[in-house]
Design a protein around this ligand. Structure first.
Ligand code: KIV
Length: 265
């Protein structure tokens, strides 16, 4: 199968087909996404919460993102690979941000980097695009600003809509080829997505984007304790795995595992 490129993604949009993206962090799940024909894999900094059990994405480091992205790249040979730049890896100075984004591209085999924000990252996006690094933007609820936003919530209702519009248009004009809209009211998403130069990908942003993203562990039902409104579980992963573990424990304790067929002669 041919690898997915930016051109493939724009062609898909032009043909009126929806784009699929999954956020995941390891070799096996990336391989499953590839086999399922998912267009884009995001190595999201949500790995801080989903993989590491932290309360937010803020502590995730650049080294951790690179480590996970390398594993994902080995599993995903076909999907378009995007890597999140973690908190404070691109905010200190333009020079440091360029160096860090460059590291991600050189060391992981990613095809694009993802950055959260609006006006404050516009100059960086210009520079990255000029040197040939494709950029995905992220507006609406931006998890790296969870404290400034006052917690996990919908962003863009009432007067706040204007700020989301401004952020979105700034990223579009700066050259982000794709923009993720997170937890944004669906009519605002429709307005921004319609005729946009950038491909729009939604999570909790309604059906009017060019594509949708979910976190792997949410969509296969491995996350049980938190369930945002926008998550649809396509499997009961936690139940399936727990039952398998209980059965393994029982079999070992009853002397039923390993059997003849699982033993060497
Ligand atoms: O970190 C992440 O997984 C993300 C997606 C949920 C968009 O940013």
């Amino acid at each position: 199968m041919e690898s997915i490129t930016i051109r493939t993604l724009f062609k898909k949009r032009a043909e009126g087909k929806k784009i699929t993206m999954v956020s995941t962090y390891d070799y096996i799940s990336a391989k499953l996404c590839d086999q399922a024909g998912i267009d884009c894999i995001l190595v999201g900094d949500s790995l801080g919460m989903v993989f590491q059990g932290l309360d937010s994405t803020l502590p995730v480091t650049l080294e951790e993102m690179i480590y996970h992205a390398k594993a994902v790249r080995r599993g995903a040979r076909r999907a378009f690979l995007i890597v999140d730049m973690p908190f404070m890896s691109y905010q200190v100075s333009l020079e440091e941000a360029l160096r860090n984004c460059g590291r991600v591209m050189k060391e992981t085999g990613a095809s694009a980097v993802k950055l959260e924000g609006g006006e404050e990252i516009a100059e960086l996006i210009h520079r990255l695009v000029r040197i040939g690094i494709p950029v995905v933007g992220h507006v609406g609820f931006t998890p790296q600003s969870v404290h400034a936003l006052g917690g996990y919530r919908v962003v863009g209702k009432g007067e706040e809509a204007e700020r989301v519009r401004r952020d979105f248009r700034t990223l579009e004009d700066a050259g982000a080829f794709m923009i993720v809209l997170e937890s944004v009211p669906r009519e605002l998403t429709r307005e921004l997505s319609t005729g946009s130069k950038s491909i729009t990908i939604g999570i909790g942003a309604g059906p009017h984007c060019d594509g949708q993203v979910l976190v792997f562990h949410d969509l296969v039902g491995l996350v049980e304790d938190i369930r945002p409104k926008f998550v649809r579980r396509y499997a009961q992963g936690a139940n399936t795995f727990r039952e398998a573990l209980i059965k393994f424990k029982e079999d070992v304790e009853k002397g039923l595992f390993p059997g003849e067929e699982e033993s060497y002669g």
